[in-house]
Design a protein around this ligand. Structure first.
Ligand code: UDP
Ligand code: MG
Length: 309
């Protein structure tokens, strides 16, 4: 008998925890038909007590429901990592608890695993129900990161993904502190089948991602999977050297031919502020990478769990 581990990160999701289980368990007949056992691992990412109580209730009903509870909110990436560490399954699937990742897709996903794929991933082809400004910036982000990084990061990819054990072990072997799972999946490779589905809106509760949180997450993703920004300084430096050289030659010639009436004070100020701006920008980019390196070097744990069953 094979085992399927389901990893479900939850952050203040008392409204959806039970609904998720109900929806997931509708696949029971399918699991029985292929002699598949299951375990559901809810990773409580530092929610208020209510979410934990809901998970405890489910555990009393079905001992195959487990929980890893964090000491505080460590973020979804940390929650997924904890899930991977605790999953014992031959197959592992990660899903959102808000039913935006329909559990009804599981049988279809397994049909591709049977065809020999290492992983079946999902992407939404529409962003229906999402604020247009958010969709716009999301698209720009994917465009940018794919130009800057050799690792392919798929637009619209959800964290809903079914994987076989070797792939899970590969993910676990990447122990970085600054985790960007979408990039990690691309980096480790493996044969992946992409399933497309229309965006499903959240059933209950509210999104836990503010625009600002998403923006910082996008920056983290770029820093984690591309070193292109570090090259900006060199490119701009070369460009400014060439321009200044041409200007110097022009000014020398002009002075020799026309004499040297004192002028150019405003233009000097403009040039100085432009170049200091560029220098600070480059310093800021270095700072980003330095701070990430700093956090990696500290080697802190990715999460701290307070309670498990
Ligand atoms: N989540 C989490 N930690 C966080 C934020 C979110 O574990 O700090 C979980 C959340 O409970 C949900 C999933 O990540 O299961 C996706 O979150 P949400 O639905 O709020 O994001 P959206 O679908 O709007 O992108
Ligand atoms: Mg959601």
């Amino acid at each position: 008998m094979k085992l399927l581990s389901v990893i479900v990160p939850c952050f203040n999701e008392e409204e959806t925890v039970a609904d998720f289980y109900e929806e997931f368990i509708k696949n029971k007949a399918f699991f029985d038909s292929r002699d598949l056992d299951y375990e559901v691992i809810y990773v409580d990412d530092g929610s208020k007590y209510k979410t934990k109580d809901e998970i405890r209730k489910l555990h009393e009903r079905d001992e195959k429901v487990h929980m890893v509870s964090f000491s505080r909110n460590f973020g979804k990436e940390a929650a997924m990592y904890a899930g991977f560490q605790h999953a014992k399954g031959d197959y592992v699937v990660t899903m959102d608890v808000d039913l935006q990742d329909p559990p009804a897709l599981l049988p279809e996903m397994f049909s591709y695993i049977d065809q020999g794929y290492d992983s079946v991933a999902t992407r939404r082809v529409t962003r229906k129900g999402e604020p247009p400004i958010r969709s716009f910036f999301a698209r720009r982000f994917y465009h940018l990161i794919n130009r800057m990084s050799k690792t392919e990061i798929v637009d619209g990819a959800r964290d809903y993904r079914l994987m076989t054990r070797p792939m899970v072990d590969a993910i676990l072997s990447m122990k970085e502190y600054n985790r960007f799972t979408k990039g990690i999946y691309g980096w480790i490779g493996f044969e992946t089948k992409w399933l497309e589905f229309e965006n499903v809106e959240r059933q209950k509760g509210e999104t836990k991602w503010s625009f600002w949180k998403l923006f910082l997450y996008a920056l983290d993703g770029i820093v984690a999977f591309s070193t292109v920004p570090l090259g900006f300084a060199s490119v701009l430096g070369i460009l400014f050297c060439i321009v200044s050289f041409i200007l110097i030659v022009a000014i020398v010639i002009k002075t020799l031919v026309l004499g040297d009436p004192t002028s150019g004070w405003p233009s000097m100020v403009c040039i100085i502020s432009l170049i200091s701006g560029v220098q600070l920008l480059c310093l800021g980019i270095f700072g980003q990478y330095l701070s990430k390196t700093y956090l990696e070097v500290k080697d802190r744990p990715i999460y701290i769990s307070k309670e498990e069953f």
